[in-house]
Design a protein around this ligand. Structure first.
Ligand SMILES: Cc1cc2nc3c(=O)[nH]c(=O)nc-3n(C[C@H](O)[C@H](O)[C@H](O)COP(=O)(O)OP(=O)(O)OC[C@H]3O[C@@H](n4cnc5c(N)ncnc54)[C@H](O)[C@@H]3O)c2cc1C
Length: 247
């Protein structure tokens, strides 16, 4: 945590609206017109979000996804998972109200998931932190595609409505069903998932250790072509401000 400015431009923004998507997912709407590098129609772009800590201090930036951007109103939605008070962004988001100020960077120039019209099948694996990107990817898929989502959340109350022009099916995995603390429900799902014949893109984001296990499983045991796999650790258990090497 620091008061130093990072070596890129920050934009001051204000909370315009707040909404609970689920008990632990809070949607914050801002005016996104400051994001000049945002590429319309490209899902899963992300930026760094900085929250005030008092005494003119700000947190280090944490990565957050553009859940949606409305070109007509310039409104941009960010869905923040409330994982507890141990993280400055989660703690701030829990209490954030209309009118509160914070800062965001421009979107990362290499962020976003490009959709290849030749790809028939999509398998999307993720936990709560990945649901904003998964939601945006699903909404951007063409109608001829088929998508299956494997989503890991704590309880059934954390499920979200998912919508897509593509043929969509979803498997919700609940951590409360996994008695062992070390259980990795997404890895188990990746182990038994049917991988359709034909071009299949696989996108994975969740806790870093679990993503590393899934990456290894898909490449080494299930023979997935590296070019069709996009796997990123979005956070790491016990580590603040984690940066995945592929993020
Ligand atoms: C490219 C990218 C896009 C992302 N998009 C989103 C998004 O749209 N919405 C979103 O909610 N998150 C998203 N994340 C994840 C988010 O950046 C991290 O969860 C971040 O650590 C939260 O910051 P914090 O200040 O709350 O916690 P930190 O200070 O980073 O961590 C404090 C403690 O909380 C733990 N922690 C962090 N995240 C979680 C979690 N999810 N569950 C349980 N414990 C946790 C850490 O292990 C650490 O012990 C994204 C990450 C990446 C890399």
């Amino acid at each position: 945590m620091s008061s130093e400015r990072p070596p890129y431009q920050l934009h001051p923004v204000t909370v315009k609206r707040c909404q609970r998507v689920s008990p632990h997912m809070k949607r914050i709407t801002i005016d996104g017109s400051c994001l000049s590098t945002l590429r319309l129609g490209l899902p899963a772009q992300w930026f760094k979000l900085f929250v005030p800590l008092g005494d003119d201090q700000r947190s280090n930036g944490r990565a957050y996804t553009v859940r949606s951007f409305d070109q007509a109103t310039q409104e941009l939605d960010i869905d923040l998972f409330l994982h507890g008070d141990s993280g400055p962004v989660s703690a701030w988001a829990e209490r954030a109200q209309v009118g509160d100020g914070f800062e965001i960077s421009d979107v990362h120039p290499r962020s976003g998931f490009s959709i290849d019209p030749a790809t028939e099948h999509y398998l999307l694996f993720g936990d709560e932190t990945a649901l904003p990107a998964i939601g945006a990817i699903l909404e951007a898929l063409p109608a001829h595609a088929k998508a299956h989502v494997f989503a890991e959340v704590a309880t059934p109350a954390e499920r979200q409505e998912l919508a897509s022009p593509a043929a969509l099916s979803a498997t919700w995995l609940f951590r409360e069903d996994n008695a062992r603390a070390s259980a990795m429900p997404l890895e188990a799902a990746a182990r038994s998932a049917q991988i359709p014949a034909g071009v299949t893109a696989i996108w994975v984001a969740a806790e870093s250790t679990e993503v590393a296990a899934i990456r290894k499983l898909l490449l080494k045991e299930r023979g997935i072509d590296r070019a069709n796999l996009h796997a990123t650790g979005y956070w790491k258990r016990g580590e603040a401000d984690h940066r995945d090497e592929e993020a």
